[in-house]
Design a protein around this ligand. Structure first.
Ligand code: MD6
Ligand code: FE
Length: 177
């Protein structure tokens, strides 16, 4: 992951509404999730450098495939890995993941470093939200009827973790194209 961040540094992107996100992001794989004033989308390269995103490390592919298979989604081959970095206070508002072409593919989410509180709602934004603690090493596989449910991450509490320092890192592995 350090190699990915060296080639494609973490950056805080701007939403279509003009807000700078508190979460810093980068990507690896054939496609990477980006946002700017023009909208949310998957892009083949880093808009900051013009270069293709770094290749998906073999270990990421293997973790994603093994976790997905165990959850009942055999044959999962991600082509996009969004890497989110949360520093204390950073959060992700309730949203749906709908920029991928085929929502029948699951998403595999890996949490590293400081713990966070995940909000997990329903198909409508106003649906009640459950809170789930995500700790270092947790892997969540997200698919089927829950694939389009709203979710978010509450503001990260300060702390110090031996793996990441004062940060939480989340990998979301997807089939985007
Ligand atoms: C995060 N995760 O945990 C943000 N989306 O930092 C997500 O937004 C997410 O974990 C779709 C599926 C799994 C996820
Ligand atoms: Fe999401």
């Amino acid at each position: 992951m350090a190699a990915v961040a060296a080639a494609a540094p973490f950056r805080r992107m701007v939403t279509p509404g003009g807000y700078t996100m508190s979460v810093a992001m980068t990507n690896c794989g054939a496609a990477g999730w980006v946002t700017d004033r023009a909208g949310y989308r998957y892009a083949p390269g880093d808009p900051d450098s013009g270069a293709p995103w770094p290749a998906m490390p073999e270990t990421f592919l293997r973790i994603a495939a093994e976790a997905a298979a165990e959850a009942g989604y055999p044959g999962f081959v991600p082509d996009a890995c969004l890497i989110n970095r949360y520093e204390p206070g950073a959060k992700l508002s309730l949203h749906q993941d709908r920029d991928e072409r085929d929502h029948r593919h699951p998403i595999v989410s890996v949490s590293l470093g400081l713990p966070a509180t995940f909000q997990f709602g329903g198909p409508k934004r106003a649906d009640p939200v459950r809170r789930i603690a995500l700790r270092h090493g947790d892997v969540v596989v997200w698919g089927g009827p829950a694939r389009l449910h709203h979710h978010g991450v509450l503001a990260l509490k300060d702390g110090d973790h031996k793996a990441t320092g004062r940060a939480r890192i989340n990998l979301t592995l997807r089939r985007a194209l």
